[in-house]
Design a protein around this ligand. Sequence first.
Ligand SMILES: N[C@@H](CCC(=O)N[C@@H](CS)C(=O)NCC(=O)O)C(=O)O
Length: 222
Amino acid sequence: MTSPILYTFRRCPYAMRARLAIAASTVKVELREIILKNKPAAMLEASPKGTVPVLLDTDGAVVDESLDIMHWALKQSDPEGWLDASYYESGMQLIGQNDTAFKPWLDRYKYADRYPEHPMSYYRDQCADWLSELDHKIASDGGGLLASHYVLADYALFPFVRQCAHVDKAWFNAQHWPALQQWLTHHLESDLFGAIMHKYQPWEAGTQGVMFPQMSESLADC
Ligand SMILES: N[C@@H](CCC(=O)N[C@@H](CS)C(=O)NCC(=O)O)C(=O)O
């Protein structure tokens, strides 16, 4: 095995945050796109819990939590200072809140028919409380969640805010969250996001995945 292998699913927010960090670090991996309903045996052998993303390093180490994959990549190379120590602890706290408190509400909002004990609007209100908090943070910190620039927490939370906004775009856009809406638009329109959202055919056992991140067009022209 010459490159680390990343098992990923394009639309998974956890996999997105891992790909964002890998792309920003420019650490090269072999990307293997999977289908959640038909997980490759090689992935399950490496990580029997069966969630994406999973990173299999060249020394055989398995990293199967998205946040750990972000750290794995950024510890090798962090050209944009995502791990800036000044914002690290507060960022990890925010990520913890996102993953443990907000994400369950997001799932209920997105799949409200599976949680009939409350109407969809109830779940949306829970999400809105968190999004309002994020809007205030961005407004007071001058552009990012914790600083005037983006750090680890911005990239770790962005795919989840995106997912929430996409459940009902008209509703999201109608809220008075100017700072959060601008923050989201910036991420959605960024080259980095474009670079991690290419569509790939699902990987087939016995074949080579695709090298990721792919060279940017400006570099490829040189
Ligand atoms: N805590 C994990 C969560 C990953 C996760 O739940 N991924 C979802 C996809 S978004 C998954 O693989 N679910 C398994 C399935 O749907 O079979 C992480 O941060 O990597």
